[in-house]
Design a protein around this ligand. Structure first.
Ligand code: CDP
Length: 224
């Protein structure tokens, strides 16, 4: 298939929790003058919207989550998209523990996945995007010109997540707790977290972020 007959330039970066997808996607997008879209942010925003209902998650029907999703939107910025809930920025709310603990439940709902995927595809029709998530290269953009699958060792993923959240190196106990949390979420997300057959695998454990970004940018530039 020639490049021109394919979808608009979309680069997908998928992988398990805290494998470095979002920060890598953001830097790749900046280098390629594309916009970064974090699909996990949309699942998190839908979860935050439903959480505002105040009732226990046992009562969250799929329809009630879909109703909550209609209050979520994306505000395009110069380099990325900001999540909006009821028209207001919800970035801080969606990174909290309450949302992180429930997002996998919401992400299991097939109609919610279809809703998120439609929003991601509509965004890609309007903007050139580098999109990160779990299934961007499989379910959402099977024709993407470049698909990356990022992996990293569990302890390294936990260390990075704590560095990001607390701005310092973790203690041994914090590291073990975070690695357990990430592995539990990976188990819940396993079904939708699969590499595309044609994805390029990058193990980021032993390389710097600059190196991984350079590799992806190099491949993407060859495809433009
Ligand atoms: O950054 P991290 O890998 O911790 O998670 P995220 O990208 O913010 O995604 C949060 C959650 O959304 C995941 O744990 C999945 O349950 C869900 N998700 C998904 O199911 N499919 C995607 N394409 C992206 C996220």
């Amino acid at each position: 298939m020639s490049a021109d007959s394919r979808s608009p330039l979309v680069v997908t970066i998928d992988g398990p929790a805290a494998s470095g997808k979002s920060s890598t996607a953001q830097m790749v997008a900046a280098r390629l003058r594309m916009r970064h879209l974090d699909s996990g942010m949309i699942y998190r925003s839908v979860t935050a919207a439903r959480l505002r209902g105040g009732d226990a998650p046992e009562h969250w029907t799929e329809q009630s989550v879909l109703d909550a999703a209609t209050r979520v939107s994306l505000a395009p910025g110069a380099t990325s998209f900001a999540p909006r809930l009821d028209g207001e920025d919800c970035e801080a709310e969606i990174r909290g523990e309450a949302v992180t603990g429930l997002v996998s439940l919401v992400a299991k709902m097939p109609h919610v996945r279809a809703w998120v995927n439609a929003l991601v595809r509509a965004t890609a029709a309007a903007y050139e995007i580098v999109v990160d998530g779990r299934d961007m290269g499989t379910a959402v953009f099977p024709d993407a010109r470049l698909k990356v699958w990022l992996v990293a060792a569990p302890d390294e993923r936990a260390r990075r997540r704590i560095l990001q959240r607390m701005g310092r190196e973790p203690t041994v106990r914090e590291l073990a707790a975070e690695a357990a949390e990430l592995e539990a979420r990976d188990r819940k997300d396993r079904e939708q977290t699969q590499p595309a057959a044609d994805a390029v695998w990058i193990d980021t454990t032993g390389i710097t972020q600059v190196e991984q970004v350079e590799r992806i940018v190099g491949m993407a530039e060859g495809m433009r």
